[in-house]
Write a protein that binds this ligand. Sequence first.
Ligand SMILES: [Zn+2]
Length: 215
Amino acid sequence: MRLIILGAPGAGKGTQAVNLAKNYNVPHISTGDIFRSNIKEGTELGKKAKEYIDKGLLVPDDVTIGIVEDRLSQSDCSKGFILDGFPRTIEQAQKLDSMLENMEVKLDKVLNIHVPDSEIVKRMSGRRVCPACGMSFHTEYKPTQQENICDSCKANVIQREDDKEETVLQRLKTYHNQTVPLIEYYGQKGSLVTVEGKEKIEDTTRDVIKALGEV
Ligand SMILES: [Zn+2]
């Protein structure tokens, strides 16, 4: 299975990618994870990427494309991969097309996990985390037993900057601007499969495997 996975921030794309990689027994390639681990290890690539990420900018295409090309050419990708976080733009999609052509492999499908914006805002803005022990909660789906107090260590839970409604709306706007053309691009190529992202992770995984099996 050679698959690209698309979805808005908060649509559960990363979790689905992990589940699908396990199901199809192929590596999960997340460009975000690759950047994070390189930054942590202080590699040249990590230093380069950090400059952009710290400023809230996208890492430039040549850096990202180099990483993806390098990763896809490793032997564990010979039977397939789940690509998560790349491509984000038409330009990157075209680069990926020629990369795969050079490797003489073909993409099987592009999976789009669709969740309405209002639902994403509801899911993300309700998230709370404990800064002391890292336990996560949700005001609606997994509330703390005592209001705003961590069940485990009794510290005050907080809402991360990334989960605040205005931040979520801004990220969704960026996502739509970049990704709608990408969805059209793959739609025209006939490789797009859209699945509704449900509240329960395992429901979505089941629907995705069914949808990918039928195509
Ligand atoms: Zn805690």
